[in-house]
Design a binder for this molecule. Structure first.
Ligand SMILES: [Zn+2]
Length: 478
């Protein structure tokens, strides 16, 4: 969407070029039959990105290798006009938004068939459930993969993957499907996978936004939001932590990053929130595209997590393990405001702040592949993601402390507060938070020496622990 400010400049000098563009008010990209993506050069300070955001342009992605940012406009002329405003235009492509994606990508119906088929094929390892209904009454499917999937095993930490907050990002569900299929196909034969499923509970949402994706297949392949009242809400600007606080979203219903009428208003965000509250994951990956980035919280300019020494170092490890489309080096790690722009109401900020999840966004594929790569990119892309998510499984049994808090009669004590203070090296910031709803705690730490203090109703229990490369399991009686 373009703002009046830049259009006013355009009217002065370039009205011929821009004939046909509705000047002086915003252009709703969802109503156009074409979208042009214009790559403009990015200087080292990324000032172009800030200026484009300030002027209300939609950014499709960024390419740090090429040094370009991709700007979406309703017409080619608007893209060309960027050159007159001082941006250096490198290349342009125009997308006919009426064309369906490559038919090998999954529709909402195909996702539903997929989850039902694997539940039938692996009854001892899979449980499938609908975690909510969309505005158009579609089910949002979640898949649980573990030994004994029908019960919650308290000694098993949870890891969570979700795809497709944004409807046009069709590679995300493929990564989710590959993760599910890889784990199930290798259980019992691959020792590592077998151990992971025996010792971990895995949850996957392959397609969070089936309404939006249906629209991608039927009328607009560049649709991003859900479909609330036709205009839609950007689900990943709708989460209630720091909602609408740092110009990291839009209040305009026509904007691609419209944050919704109120914090947490959308059924897809609610489904995510209810699931996360229930399963309390240790790690999470939300798959998006594109730009070849690993993003960690927080999203607002200048803000970092309280436990950034853990969150950011694991994020950097994750980024280094995921190879680019070119096959070289790793993805680029950082916060959204370091790599792109401020984001508010995103899922990772909410997961970290409210449930102490260590959450990442991975923006898969390079700008050359864009939102909808030719399907031949599918196998190389999903394979490149495997070392990343595998590392998180390994990290669950790595440096950290895990256990259950119970009273003398064995009842779990989920109201317990846990404070972790560093004694010497390790995590510099003290951790002070409530243990999980199921009475467990799982604190991922850097190696070091720590003082753990459990507090409940005036009682406290202290433990000094030296954490090495392996997780320490520690049950506490209050
Ligand atoms: Zn996205």
């Amino acid at each position: 969407m373009k703002t009046a400010a830049i259009n006013a400049v355009v009217v002065g000098g370039l009205s011929l070029i821009l004939s046909g563009v509705s000047l002086g008010h915003s252009v709703d990209l969802s109503q156009t039959q074409e979208i042009t993506i214009t790559s403009v050069a990015l200087s080292k300070d990324k000032s172009e990105l800030k200026n484009l955001i300030a002027e209300g342009y939609d950014i499709a992605g960024i390419d740090y290798d090429k040094g370009t940012v991709d700007v979406m406009t309703a017409t080619k002329d608007e893209g060309v006009a960027l050159g007159f405003f001082g941006f250096k235009v490198k290349e342009q492509k125009t997308i006919d938004t009426r064309l369906a994606p490559d038919s090998s990508y999954k529709t909402p119906d195909e996702i539903q068939s997929f989850v039902q088929n694997i539940a039938a094929a692996y009854p001892g390892l899979v449980r499938v459930e609908s975690i909510g209904k969309t505005h158009e009454n579609r089910d949002i499917w979640a898949v649980k993969i573990t030994d004994n999937p029908e019960i919650r095993e308290r000694d098993e930490p949870t890891i969570f993957f979700n795809s497709m907050h944004h409807a046009r990002e069709v590679m995300g569900p493929e990564v989710a499907i590959d993760t599910i299929e890889y784990l199930l196909a290798n259980y019992g034969s691959d020792a590592e996978v077998t151990r992971w499923l025996n010792e971990t509970e895995v949850w996957v949402i392959p397609m969070l936004n089936p309404d939006g994706n249906n629209k991608v297949w039927t009328s607009n392949n560049m649709w991003r939001k859900n479909t609330r009242q036709g205009y839609g809400v950007d689900i990943n600007r709708n989460y209630p932590y720091a909602w609408n606080t740092c110009n990291g979203s839009s209040g305009s219903t026509s904007a691609d990053d419209y944050r919704g009428p109120s914090a947490g208003s959308e059924p897809e965000a609610q489904a995510m929130m209810n699931l996360v509250a229930r399963i309390q994951p240790v790690f999470s990956i939300s798959y998006h595209s594109y730009s070849e980035l690993v993003i960690y919280p927080y999203g607002c300019d200048g803000q970092r997590t309280e436990t950034k020494s853990v969150v950011e170092s694991i994020g950097k490890d994750l980024a280094a393990l995921v190879k680019k489309d070119t096959g070289t080096a790793g993805y680029r790690p950082g916060t959204a405001w370091e790599l792109l722009y401020s984001v508010d109401g995103g899922d990772i900020d909410w997961m970290y702040n409210v449930h102490h999840v260590i959450p990442y966004v991975i923006e898969i594929n390079a700008s050359a592949q864009g939102f909808q790569p030719a399907y031949r990119w599918r196998s190389t892309t999903v394979e490149k993601m495997r070392p990343g998510w595998k590392m998180l499984f390994s990290r669950l049994s790595g440096s950290g402390v895990r256990g259950v808090v119970r009273d003398s009669s064995g009842r779990t004590q989920p109201q317990t507060m846990l404070r972790v203070d560093t004694m010497g090296s390790g995590v510099v910031e003290p951790i002070n938070w409530k243990i999980k709803e199921d009475g467990t705690f799982h604190v991922v730490l850097n190696p070091g020496t720590y003082k753990l203090k459990f507090e409940l109703a005036g009682k406290s229990v202290e433990r000094d622990v030296t954490v090495g490369a392996e997780r320490i399991d520690l049950d506490i009686e209050m």
